[in-house]
Design a protein around this ligand. Sequence first.
Ligand code: HEM
Length: 601
Amino acid sequence: MQSQQSAAAGPSSMTDVGIAAPIAGPSHLHRRKLPFPIYEDDQDEASLLAVQAQLPSNHFLAQRPVTPPRPESVIDAAWGDRARPDTSSLAAADYDVSVLTGFLPPEEPVQSLRGIGHGWDQLEDALERVQYEVSMIPGGGVGKLSDALRESLRELPMASVEPLTTLPLLRRAHTLTAHLTHFYMHSTFPSQTVVPACLAVPLVQTSDRLGLPPILTYADTVLWTWRLRDKHLGLRADNVEMTTLFTSSSSEHAFFALSLFCELHGPELLRLMSASLDEAFFADATSLSRISAYLATIAHLIDELTALMAGATKGEFGPAGRERISPEAFYWEIRPWFNGGKWKYEGVGEDGQDLVMEWGGPSAGQSTLVHALDLFLGIDHAPRRPSSPTQEKTEALATIREEATEVAEDKASSLHKAPSDATFMQRMSHYMPGHHRAFLRHLESLHQPNPAAPNAHVLPSLRQLARRHPHRLGPAYDRAVQAMKRFRDMHMRLATVFIVQQARREPARDSVHWAEWETKRVAKEVERTNERRAQEAAAALVASSSSSTSGLVSTVPATEAVRKQDKIAGTGGTDLVTFLKLCRDRTTEAILGSAPSAAAS
Ligand code: HEM
């Protein structure tokens, strides 16, 4: 285990932060002399940053939240010291990552805060009541909670964070208050816009201690929301079940279990990454062949994640191949509970004033595991330099227009806008627990010069090594990146089946979404009719005027509202198809072309 101070000084690999590598590796050889000069990447970072700064805020990379991340300084240092001894894993407390469970907590999450007092019993009771009521409402219950239950949520006691002295207790408190908040906000349709103080205050306080935003996150719905069926068998796919659901349906259970099963691959992936970085330190012939072998296993494990997702599109995944997520239930009944939004949080300001914040809902895009793989392989999601002056001009114009809209919107609220230079992946990292975000930062820092020790060796990234040794390492590197590309190809298919296709289908007539869907359908119908009439009129005009050569064929422009409605947003609020395709394309770009199948895949 490593202290925060020495981690900041820049340890040479993940092993240094406590991700001990049980895989036979040469960590005892760390004193060997470096056999190569420091490799310089040829990217012009300054001009890339300049381009990032121009991104319009509705760009896919400027994905929600628009509320800036909460500063790390809000994490109470005194509390941190008290909580640290409780991270009783073999991994570094600094990063809350375990060799045995990866980004999942090393022990079964706390299932309930009953008995710790200070109002938490009432919150647990309320969760049980609301889960029961929703489970009895056909169609998922979004927007259909009884007034009495909604009222009772508003009148809960203000739970105190005082007894939450350990990470496991805080995790449960966040999961509990975030779920209750989403139950309350989506209890009506349209949703509520004010988070009552009894939910907002403990949610914000636990969020600040965990380095999370005050909204439901991937950590609340996957990482911290499981229990073991048999306590003696330990954490494995056939011995785990999800808890704290919205609809209690088997589809919702399967949806979260899918991500959990992916996370179960975390420990092995992290060990292999760690061992590879240890070897990268030397990069001699032996090390390169070891890294190649590790990369082959990494590619195989990524393919297992892809296979899990392939099973999900067929409705058969999991240990017994029987897990099934109904795409309709996911889209119309489960997913609406996750939605974030621009909400007023009562009483959470420094002087107890209300604050308006806007956050997106949970998404597996917040999985630290996938971000770590991208960082490890050097798959770069940062915005690229515009390829032509015209494109640059278009982006600049879009920025100006966006800024004008933002100014108008800002007048109406106390909302702060996020800087537009953050990439989607960076933004998603603000939805990760603070420790995991710090882990990613640490991974990045491994390959950057340490200002405190300017003459110290900078560890080459795997990509840099593969470029330096195209014959020895290139093919293995490319195969791992190709595995990530297959993962993203399959993920796009998943998003198509579960979101794009469902958005085109009619919801159930008794669903709260039906009226909205019908309005949109009618608007589209009107638009199509108008376009057809305009074309017919133009054609008639051309036919009747033999002298006309100008071909004045025009169409009535579609209304902006309809166009906006046509955009299908992701669970975290992105323009889905464009965004996921771009993530896939960035992965393809990382392929060096060394593997035999590189060109073909
Ligand atoms: C039915 C299952 C799934 C659906 C419908 C789905 C949908 C989406 C959507 C809509 C996005 C766009 C970003 C957003 O708006 O949040 C996204 C992003 C993402 N999802 Fe999923 N997802 C599913 C399962 C998974 C699983 C199992 C993983 C793996 C842990 C995963 C990993 C990611 C990642 C890493 C991103 C960021 C984009 C990228 O890196 O390619 N998703 N997902």
